[in-house]
Design a protein around this ligand. Structure first.
Ligand code: SAM
Length: 431
């Protein structure tokens, strides 16, 4: 049984009263685990048909999520192919609040490692603009890798403070998510450090930080737009009290829905979530300059030739080519992002050095599923590819999308029956 902080116990007893024993008993159970099927890549039915028995899939959570008792699912080739995202089940419930919101311009302000960004991206189905921001640059890189793995095409990843984001995008988004840094009372079972780091002072510090983040987030919500606030903690100051104080400071917002999940009321580690709406009818957007796409016809021609050869068609959209030859497919209607630290822009396409086009890993993950030149490996064979091994395959010379089944893992380059491995070194399977 977990050794809970004494003051936390006292607060929870006061808060839950007769329900406290049931709450306490939940700490005797193993943490609930979930995975969310990536419907950008396959249907739920398709996933259930191919998921091996060791995934130990249980019943549904909500939306595209299911409970699982499988082990090491982060090291499975299907995970590398972005067929699912491992997500704590109660965190998935935030998707119930965002589902009905308008999502043409979405901001996830505290986004790493990307559980909710990738969930919302699925709900957006590739349409609209998704800005995923994470203040911590290292965490923003992990977020960016998850966006790439899941094959998301309409997202830019930023690493900026809430102040910078608010200044850059005043009244711009019709949905803003603040999944705030919190005292993590719902993480006591999952994260070793959550218990020693807990104190009443830390709860107060988190509440003050959330207040600041929420005020900045509010500035970015357009008239008639929504703000979703969530935490994985139970303290009043960070949850219901935070929302109440926000509403008092921002009379132009109203509370539409609020939900608190405890581990004894929902099979998960616990979450708090609130859906707020900014007044105004009709819904009006602020205007921002469009992303200034820099074109390089020669680079684009090389990219198009590559796509026709490997994919059989060319992805539609504006191709932005930097002076150093790196190329990106910019999502339609992307605003100008000058002045903010940009970690990912749409889909990285590759590099053009004036002679050769070298494809980016992101290109395989976002568009490879429809490729003409593919190699289909078994799950076992795929592990070798993910470790960086070259392999023999009877295929014509040139670039090829390497897949597990029909799902892309990355690129390879065939020469005389040997496929050279182009899986990024930093992402390789290490076991
Ligand atoms: N939404 C994420 C997900 O679903 O995977 C989890 C977000 S986590 C609860 C909160 C994030 O807020 C952390 O990544 C943390 O680095 C970031 N953060 C910490 N301090 C912050 C601040 N002052 N302003 C904005 N974000 C902050």
């Amino acid at each position: 049984m977990i050794d809970l902080p004494e003051k936390f116990i006292k607060r929870m007893q006061e808060r839950l009263g007769k329900d406290y024993p049931a709450f306490l008993a939940s700490y005797r159970e193993d943490p609930a685990k979930g995975l969310r099927i990536n419907t950008l890549k396959l249907s739920k039915e398709e996933f259930f048909a191919i998921a091996p028995a060791e995934f130990k899939l249980q019943g549904p959570v909500t939306g595209d999520g299911v409970y699982t008792e499988g082990e090491k699912l982060g090291a499975d080739p299907y995970h590398f192919a972005g067929l699912y995202y491992l997500q704590e089940p109660s965190a998935m419930k935030v998707g119930d609040l965002t589902l009905a919101c308008r999502k043409e311009r979405v901001l996830d302000l505290c986004a790493a490692p990307g559980g909710k960004t990738t969930l919302i991206a699925q709900q957006m189905g590739g349409k609209g603009i998704l800005i995923a921001n994470e203040i911590d640059y290292k965490r923003a890189k992990i977020l960016s890798e998850n966006v790439e793995r899941m094959g998301i095409r309409n997202c830019a990843v930023l690493s900026a403070s809430p102040e910078t984001v608010a200044e850059k995008f005043p009244a711009y988004f019709d949905l803003v998510l603040v999944d705030a840094p919190c005292s993590g009372e719902g993480m006591f079972k999952k994260e070793e450090n959550a218990i020693p780091e807990w104190s009443e002072e830390n709860v107060a510090m988190c509440a003050a930080r959330q207040r600041m983040i929420l005020d900045r987030a509010a500035e970015t919500v357009c008239a008639g737009g929504n703000l979703v606030y969530s935490t994985c903690t139970f303290s009043e100051e960070e949850d219901e009290g935070q929302v109440e104080a926000f509403l008092a400071r921002h009379p132009d917002f109203t509370l539409k829905r609020q939900q608190k999940l405890y581990p004894h009321t929902f099979r998960g580690e616990g979450h708090f979530m609130a859906l707020l709406e900014r007044a105004s009818d009709p819904l009006s957007y602020s205007r921002l300059k469009q992303f200034p796409v820099r074109r390089d016809r020669e680079a684009e021609r090389a990219f198009e030739a590559f796509c026709r050869d490997v994919f059989g068609k060319v992805p539609v959209g504006a191709v932005h080519t930097l002076a150093d030859g790196r190329m990106y497919l910019v999502p339609a209607d992307m605003p100008d992002l000058t002045g903010v630290s940009l970690v990912r822009l749409g889909v990285g396409l590759g590099e053009w050095d004036g002679k050769l086009f070298k494809p980016a890993h992101a290109l395989a993950m976002a568009f490879g599923q429809e490729a003409k030149k593919k190699i289909s490996l078994s799950r076992e064979e795929a592990k070798g590819y993910l470790r960086g091994e070259t392999f023999e395959w009877d295929t014509e010379n040139g670039w090829v999308v390497v897949c597990v089944g029909k799902f892309p893992l990355g690129f390879g380059k065939a020469v005389g029956g040997t496929v050279k491995n182009h899986y990024p070194k930093a992402l390789r399977l290490r076991s």
